[in-house]
Ligand binder design. Structure first.
Ligand SMILES: [Zn+2]
Ligand SMILES: [Zn+2]
Length: 98
């Protein structure tokens, strides 16, 4: 028996973002656009005004609007510097200790 399936692939709408580039798995295929979008949203992405963002871009976008959610930070030994990491988008920054 031969069956034809129409499949949908999902990709992040942020320019230059390949949301599957770091994935160990093959790009998943979906039966419908709704399913594809649902998958991305369930994984922490967002779908706002037709713009689909993977979880990383959704986090970065949220931080652009609300600012980063810096964590407590960790003191780097020897250099009097604290490394803080945003708990949402995982961006990090270094703070010199006063
Ligand atoms: Zn993305
Ligand atoms: Zn952030």
């Amino acid at each position: 028996m031969i069956r034809h399936h129409d499949c949908y692939e999902v990709a992040c709408d942020t320019p230059d973002c390949d949301m599957w580039a770091t994935s160990e798995h093959e790009t998943p295929l979906f039966d419908s656009p709704e399913e594809a979008i649902g998958y991305v949203v369930a994984a922490g992405g967002s779908h706002i005004d037709g713009f689909l963002r993977c979880h990383q871009c959704a986090a970065a976008h949220q931080c652009e609007q609300d600012g980063h959610e810096w964590g407590a930070g960790e003191l780097l030994p020897g250099v009097s510097t604290i490394r803080q990491r945003c708990e949402r988008c995982l961006e990090d920054r270094l703070l010199a200790m006063a």
